[in-house]
Design a protein around this ligand. Structure first.
Ligand code: ATP
Ligand code: MG
Length: 233
């Protein structure tokens, strides 16, 4: 599907005929090919067990394809549904420090942390203990962690699934701003079961049968899924 020189391509992410099966034999990706041409908010929907989280583990490098190739020049960072699974240290600042390179000076470290907290609307919360944060604040801190590590490919696996509508909107709009800002926009892949979020995507696609479908306007995908669900009754 892609040229032999895909590794030199300027696209943000390319999957070329990627296949992956778990040792149990469950085939999750089946010659899956797609391309993310540039920064933006790219959303993926698909039924439970269709392989979305496995796809993210492959893109992040936690798993390796058994066939095919994944190309990206961008540093990935994974943000999961439940921030309690990825926040480790007792305060906002100490947790963010964990993802920073060792060779930063103290002032660079501080600047990186302050900047990441500012971008998620949590300035001045450096010393707040994690157990005092709301679910929405924890999820924003997880986003700050990805920003502090200077990841440019954010993999968000149902980041709003556990949030109330206000926090959901906040997280969505933070990521949307990061993806569309004029200077150094990031690329975000966002998995969701919430069809109302698709309208905020740059483009959206459905994962089924081990593959990702065409990138299309989010409203088109959500309308199609809703009418399919109605027909099934
Ligand atoms: N660690 C694992 N070992 C074996 N099989 C696994 C493992 N993780 C996932 N699977 C299987 O891989 C398939 C895809 O799972 P995956 O979690 O990627 O789906 P998903 O699309 O993210 O689902 P959901 O919408 O429920 O989060 C499922 O059949 C699942 O049981
Ligand atoms: Mg999943």
């Amino acid at each position: 599907m892609f040229s032999a020189d895909a590794s030199q391509d300027s696209s943000c992410l390319i999957l070329d005929k990627v296949s992956f099966a778990w040792p149990s034999g469950t085939k999750v990706l089946d010659r899956c090919s797609f391309l993310i041409p540039g920064p933006g908010l790219w959303m993926i929907v698909g039924s439970n067990g269709s392989g979305k989280s496995t796809l993210f583990r492959l893109i992040s490098g936690m798993l390796h394809p058994q066939e095919g190739h994944i190309y990206s020049q961008l540093t990935p960072a994974l943000v999961c549904q439940n921030p309690d699974h990825q926040l480790l240290l007792p305060s906002c600042e100490s947790d963010l420090s964990l993802g920073l390179p060792m060779d930063l000076t103290e002032s660079e470290r501080q600047e990186r942390i302050d900047d990441a907290l500012r971008q998620v609307g949590m300035s001045e919360m450096n010393s707040r203990p994690l157990h005092t944060l709301s679910g929405g604040q924890k999820q924003r801190l997880a986003l700050a962690g990805a920003l502090a590590s200077e990841a440019k490919l954010m993999l968000l696996d149902e980041p709003t699934a556990l949030l109330d509508p206000v926090s959901q909107e906040m997280v969505l709009s933070i990521v949307q701003n990061l993806c569309t800002r004029s200077e150094d926009p990031i690329t975000a892949l966002w998995i969701t079961h919430r069809l109302e979020e698709l309208q905020f995507s740059t483009r959206a696609a459905v994962m089924e049968n081990g593959q990702i479908g065409q990138w299309q306007p989010g409203s088109l995908i959500s309308n199609r899924i809703r009418s399919l669900a109605l027909r099934r009754g």
